[in-house]
Write a new protein. Structure first.
Length: 195
C-alpha cells in the first residue's frame, strides 16, 4: 500500500503539525507530511524545518501557485491546521479543516480561535469540542467527518476552554487521518472549495 501523503497548511505556532509528527514518529499514524505551506513567517516553519519537512511560503491569494504546488507534491490531501486564510478553489485535491467547536454551532466567518470559545461560554453551552470537516465553498459548512466533545465547566475562561478543546483536537485529527489513510473514511471524489 502506497503512503498517504498530506500537505499541512498552517499560519501560527505549528502545534497541530508537531502533534501529527509525534504520532508519525510513535508509529500510531502512517502518513507522510510532504510539506508545510504557509502564507507568512510563523513558528510552524521552525517545527517543519526541525523535522526536515520542506516549507513553502505562498501568497494565499495566488490560487494557481497553490494548486501547482499541491500537484507537484503529489499530496493526497490538504490538511488545514491553524490556517487562517481562505483555501483556494477549485483545488486539485480534497482538503479538510479542523474547527474548534461542534459544527454547525459556532462556525462561519469570524469564528476562529478564542472568538469561538468566548462565544460558546457566552451562550451558556455545557459542551463544546472540535470538528473535522471537508472544505467546501461555504465557510465551515462542509460535510462533517468526525467530532469530539468536551465539557464546558462553570467558571471556564476562553483560554481554559481553548486548551481543553485543543487537547481533543490532538486526539481527533490523527485518528481521522488514520481512518482516511486506511480507507475507513472515504472522501467524496470531488470535495473541493474554500474553508
Amino acid at each position: 500500500m502506497s503512503a498517504f501523503n498530506v500537505a499541512v497548511f498552517a499560519s501560527g505556532r505549528g502545534r497541530t503539525l508537531q502533534n501529527l509528527l509525534e504520532h508519525i514518529t510513535q508509529k500510531s499514524l502512517s502518513i507522510e507530511v510532504k510539506a508545510l505551506v504557509t502564507h507568512r513567517p510563523c513558528a510552524a516553519i521552525e517545527v517543519a524545518k526541525s523535522n526536515n519537512i520542506p516549507v513553502h511560503i505562498i501568497d494565499e491569494a495566488d490560487s494557481k501557485a497553490c494548486h501547482d504546488l499541491l500537484q507537484e507534491l503529489k499530496a493526497d490531501l490538504a490538511v488545514l491546521a491553524g490556517w487562517i486564510k481562505p483555501f483556494p478553489v477549485p483545488a486539485p485535491i480534497s482538503a479538510i479543516n479542523i474547527h474548534p467547536s461542534l459544527l454547525p454551532k459556532f462556525g462561519g466567518p469570524g469564528m476562529y480561535g478564542k472568538h469561538v470559545h468566548a462565544a460558546v461560554i457566552a451562550s451558556g453551552e455545557t459542551r463544546s469540542g472540535c470538528t473535522i470537516h471537508l472544505v467546501t465553498e461555504k465557510y465551515d459548512e462542509g460535510p462533517i467527518l468526525s467530532q469530539m466533545e468536551v465539557q464546558v465547566h462553570p467558571g471556564d475562561s476562553a483560554e481554559i476552554l481553548a486548551n481543553r478543546v485543543f487537547n481533543a483536537e490532538c486526539r481527533l485529527l490523527p485518528e481521522t487521518l488514520a481512518s482516511l489513510a486506511e480507507g475507513r473514511i472515504e472522501l467524496p471524489e470531488r470535495a473541493r472549495g474554500i474553508r
